[in-house]
Write a protein that binds this ligand. Sequence first.
Ligand code: ADP
Ligand code: MG
Ligand code: ZN
Length: 498
Amino acid sequence: MASSTIELAAPDVIAKYEVVIGLEVHVQLATNTKIFCSCPTSFGAPPNTNVCPVCLGLPGALPVMNRRAVELGSQAAISLHCNVNPFSRMARKNYFYPDLPKGYQISQFDQPLAEHGFLDITVTPEGEPAYKKRVGITRLHLEDDAGKSLHDGSFKDMDRYTYIDLNRSGTPLAEIVSEPDMRSSDEAVAYLTELKQVMQYINASTCDMEKGHLRADANVSVRLKGAEKLGTRAEVKNLNSFRFLKAAIEFEVARQVAIVEAGGKIHQETRLYDTESGETVGMRSKEQAHDYRYFPEPDLVPVRVSEKWREQLRAELPELPFDRRARFINDYGLREYDAQVLTATRDMSDYYEQAAKASEDPKGTANFVMGDLMGALKGEGKEISESPVPPEHMGELATLIKRGEISGKLAKEIFVKMFAEGTRPSVIMERDGLKQISDTGAIEKIIDEVLAANPKQVEQYKSGKTAVAGFLVGQVMKLSKGQANPGTVNEMLAKKLA
Ligand code: ADP
Ligand code: MG
Ligand code: ZN
């Protein structure tokens, strides 16, 4: 399939152009059963076993709308600030494909479930400052998925077989169409990242990309910087990883710029990304809507979402990741970046929230969660939900530092034991004698010992070589087995030597 004859523009030429991207994202809704029948949506069953006359597209079978699919689709739409239409309608999109036995897809056309939303994204291009931007969402509509074709052998082989598995046929999808608002592959990646996060927070979808539960089509065009008219777009279908999305867009941009620079024309077409060659390959010239002969689906009643139902669905939604991030920054004094890390998943943000609530130092708690805890979990290949350290213990650890009962160094030592044993930090501190000594009497005794044992250094200090204080502090810390409060030691030593 690879054709390395495609000409690509050089970066300095590409720099003269503006990239325009709109994404169409398919999200598999997390229902137990399919969108128009009661077959299970479970993954991994033997081929063609989760099927019935409806999802096999047998003549005369009647589809019935899955209420849960409408609910999850509406909640997804509300979370993306879309208006959920009180009245929407399914439509037949007619085309032939071997894994589409009905001969049409049941989708939505002129009356989609929801419209006019937006998603705010934070873009972090490599080596450049992060920035925020708003991406418009044109619409969100419901549709059924097709089956799967499994190709065995290459196009050149005479004995090439294609197998059809219809287990996926009729799985509910929400298609989320963005405005052509993105201007780089980084923005597209940031948009898909945020979208995935939102869908996962509200449990609308697992968004498991390896299983195809989240797939993006990237519409890409280029125009000279400053030009008003949008260029002609090519659509790269079915990108199922962030890496492929970025690579496919960047390839597409270089390909299109080379064509335009050579005086050629971009054809509106559908392309595929070949993960092996890293190139996009033309698949077919773009169908126009009228090629599909859309018409209202006669076998299904229109979808009505009453205001009451819609508001009920809105009320059921959890706090969304962008709201939670803003609150973490406000309430706990976190930096933007830290808030992003700690809200990456709902489990992570729930964990941190509980830890912060149990803590007198939410910011310090954040540092321990992001540093020591995440490092230790990663080392054991564990998720935050499997953490042997309950969140309250992390909160307590930061509290102990804040209160001066332990130093940061002792805390790290205690953390290792917390992670291994699941024991409270205060218990480990007392049990193993890892308490910080802040008692000035006890520290004074140690300082006096150190000063008596090091008359030469004391002499040097008094003659103006104050840098030697570092050595003396070190000796005090050593003698206290690391338990003396370093702040107190510094202070008292300076007074003694003055
Ligand atoms: P279709 O069903 O033909 O793919 P849609 O209107 O549903 O058409 O989706 C078109 C997608 O392409 C949208 O995400 C839109 O933002 C994007 N798009 C439209 N025009 C351009 C363009 N000139 N360059 C890049 N993307 C575009
Ligand atoms: Mg499209
Ligand atoms: Zn079925």
